[in-house]
Design a protein around this ligand. Structure first.
Ligand SMILES: Nc1nc2c(ncn2[C@@H]2O[C@H](COP(=O)(O)OP(=O)(O)O)[C@@H](O)[C@H]2O)c(=O)[nH]1
Ligand SMILES: *[C@@H]1O[C@H](CO)[C@@H](O)[C@H](O)[C@H]1NC(C)=O
Ligand SMILES: *[C@@H]1O[C@H](CO)[C@@H](O)[C@H](O)[C@H]1NC(C)=O
Ligand SMILES: *[C@@H]1O[C@H](CO)[C@@H](O)[C@H](O)[C@H]1NC(C)=O
Ligand SMILES: *[C@@H]1O[C@H](CO)[C@@H](O)[C@H](O)[C@H]1NC(C)=O
Ligand SMILES: *[C@@H]1O[C@H](CO)[C@@H](O)[C@H](O)[C@H]1NC(C)=O
Ligand SMILES: *[C@@H]1O[C@H](CO)[C@@H](O)[C@H](O)[C@H]1NC(C)=O
Ligand SMILES: *[C@@H]1O[C@H](CO)[C@@H](O)[C@H](O)[C@H]1NC(C)=O
Ligand SMILES: *[C@@H]1O[C@H](CO)[C@@H](O)[C@H](O)[C@H]1NC(C)=O
Ligand SMILES: *[C@@H]1O[C@H](CO)[C@@H](O)[C@H](O)[C@H]1NC(C)=O
Length: 503
């Protein structure tokens, strides 16, 4: 693929040296002429270099310019070859925060599977949601917003090399905007046995999408607005709504046309979607944990397996979480709680949330055994993890978005002796603070990783006490069950292999 930038420089100077020898060898009458043209030649060479690499300056995120940074992540889809002309595609747009986007992804995988379409997976949108919010809106609007954010961010990454209106400090908030390839953090191996996956990478342009799907852009249209490119295109079927709860998808036809919609407005049969002939189905959103109504037993089973397979797989994240989990006593040997604290209705009801969590924690005995050593309660709040282990105290890990844990959650700390949070493992978290975004090598991924780390730790507990109505809590509880299930089946498999012994 692309030559390394450094090598290129090296070759450039090398060639010049050779040229120099050549110049020295030419006969005298040419020397004066050369003295004049030599600087021009150098200038010319510099310009040639610049223009042959202009793509790198314009778009440093292009694979070919920074090849060494991208070795294991496939960000550009492979060019479709003739054999796959029958291949059809489906895609959607992400919006809102991480768990919302994960819910969309899971629904998209099911629909791609049931319609036998290649799923074009948009990257994770990450931003500081206090300053840069990407809420659901109609497809074209959402596209404008995402493309705009992406362009501003890409421009700002290049402010050192290239002028842009977006370099001024008024656009600083866009610096928190990041894109992350799902497969960087989630294991798709199982899914890929059933659904062909193409990661959209860091390009949300319609042109890029058409390229992936082998759809030809209609040049006769002047005004290539997103809407025009997608609408009235015989190759594309667009589903766009004002409201993310518009369609509810059904895997089974109801003979009485009696569909349970809950908060959704209109039923849509996946079998109808399957009949669509267009090369690309483009949905606006696939948000909602109950977006798809599952009745078909095979589909239900497939989906359970699929959900179980989507495990967090980032190796450093897993290492860090395992180190902390081991400190806490290992899988199932500590108690976990997720306390959602910092915004909206959670902030408003915080008193109730805390009381509920404390009540639930009290259900679990705090002394692991009653063969206690000494009555070592010295009324000092600070009791170390090792003390807790020695005294056989129940160790509690709290995952929380609270930014001031010891003040905001003081009631929990004063009720239970052995409460710990991620703050207590600061040095173990360090490796996560050194990983840059692939999309943005200037920024480290720590802020993206913290919630996932909290989630991994808490879901390795013996039980996860939740904050009601938090999807983060829901996911932590769910992930806990996945892990417990996995351990159980591993144990069973282990017995089988033990019985089969010598095979
Ligand atoms: N580090 C950390 N962040 C959290 C925790 N709980 C919530 N957050 C943050 O708050 C966001 C909550 O948004 P979301 O995932 O949509 O869940 P919900 O709002 O609780 O339903 C998460 O994405 C995290 O950024 C936590 O336990 N630890
Ligand atoms: C699924 O799509 C592929 C092309 O992507 C095609 O070769 C295959 O026959 C399809 N399978 C079914 C069951 O429709
Ligand atoms: C992109 O966003 C910036 C900042 O909000 C705005 O000034 C600009 O008009 C937007 N451009 C487009 C094409 O939407
Ligand atoms: C396309 O744009 C050109 C000028 O850029 C204009 O002369 C022409 O009429 C336009 N065609 C359509 C179909 O709008
Ligand atoms: C071009 O796009 C603008 C808005 O984007 C629209 O108002 C106008 O009608 C379009 N023109 C043509 C010729 O499609
Ligand atoms: C737990 O152990 C402490 C001594 O370490 C003892 O004072 C306390 O009564 C025990 N609590 C329960 C609930 O067994
Ligand atoms: C704890 O104490 C109870 C009675 O006080 C006793 O029956 C039980 O065996 C003790 N458990 C352990 C683990 O020592
Ligand atoms: C309490 O702590 C003090 C010092 O912090 C220590 O000297 C004392 O022995 C402790 N008491 C008990 C009962 O552990
Ligand atoms: C230890 O705490 C218990 C209550 O948890 C209290 O009754 C006892 O007096 C305390 N002992 C010391 C030495 O502080
Ligand atoms: C596997 O072995 C463990 C102990 O060796 C036992 O407790 C468990 O019931 C066994 N599970 C199965 C499915 O045989």
């Amino acid at each position: 693929m692309a030559p390394d930038k450094k090598n290129h420089y090296y070759n450039y100077y090398n060639n010049n040296n050779n040229n120099n020898y050549y110049f020295q060898a030419v006969s005298f009458p040419f020397k004066r002429l050369l003295r004049i043209t030599y600087p021009l030649l150098i200038l010319f060479a510099i310009f040639t270099f610049y223009f042959s690499y202009i793509d790198c300056f314009i778009d440093p995120l292009e694979l070919r310019c920074l090849k060494e940074n991208y070795d294991d992540i496939e960000t550009t889809p492979p060019i479709q070859n003739a054999i796959l002309t029958e291949e059809k595609f489906i895609t959607y747009l992400p919006h809102s925060q991480f768990h919302n986007q994960l819910i969309e992804l899971k629904n998209a995988i099911v629909i791609a599977y049931l319609t036998n379409r290649t799923l074009i997976v948009p990257s994770i949108l990450q931003s500081d949601h206090h300053t840069l919010n990407i809420a659901h809106s109609r497809l074209y609007n959402l596209y404008h917003q995402i493309i705009n954010y992406t362009n501003i961010k890409k421009d700002r990454l290049l402010c050192d090399v290239k002028y842009s209106d977006y370099c001024s400090s008024e656009y600083k908030k866009y610096d928190s905007f990041e894109l992350i390839n799902w497969e960087e953090i989630i294991d798709f191996n199982w899914v890929k046995n059933y659904v062909k996956i193409i990661h959209r990478g860091y390009d949300f342009s319609i042109e890029g999408l058409f390229d992936t799907c082998n759809i030809i852009i209609d040049d006769t249209k002047n005004n290539t607005s997103i809407q025009e490119l997608l609408d009235d295109n015989k190759d594309i079927y667009v589903i766009s709504n004002d409201n993310k709860y518009h369609y509810r998808f059904f895997d089974t036809e109801n003979p009485h046309n009696n569909y349970i919609l809950n908060k959704y407005e209109t039923p849509y049969l996946i079998s109808d979607l399957r009949k669509r002939d267009e090369k690309l189905i483009h949905l606006d959103t696939l948000f909602g944990s109950t977006k798809i109504d599952f009745r078909d037993k095979d589909v239900i089973k497939w989906r359970i397996d699929m959900l179980r397979s989507l495990k967090i797989s980032h190796p450093i994240l897993l290492d860090v979480s395992n180190n902390i989990i081991n400190e806490l006593g290992g899988f199932g040997n500590f108690l976990g709680a997720h306390v959602r604290a910092s915004d909206g209705r959670f902030k408003k009801n915080f008193g109730k949330i805390i009381d509920h969590v404390i009540e639930m924690l009290k259900f679990h005995p705090q002394n692991i055994s009653n063969q206690t050593s000494n009555n070592n309660n010295n009324s000092s709040d600070i009791i170390t993890l090792n003390d807790c282990k020695k005294l056989n105290k129940r160790i509690i890990f709290i995952a929380t978005d609270s930014s001031n844990v010891h003040v905001q959650l003081s009631k929990i700390f004063s009720t239970f002796p052995c409460v710990f949070t991620m703050e207590d493992f600061d040095s173990l978290v360090d490796p996560l603070r050194k990983i840059p975004y692939t999309f943005d090598r200037n920024a480290n991924m720590a802020n993206f990783f913290y919630p996932l780390l909290d989630l991994l730790i808490v879901s390795n507990a013996m039980d996860v006490i939740i904050t009601y109505s938090s999807t983060f809590s829901g996911f932590a509880k769910y992930y806990h069950e996945v892990l417990a299930f996995e351990r159980e089946s591993l144990k069973n498999n282990h017995n089988i292999t033990k019985i089969r012994g010598g095979e």
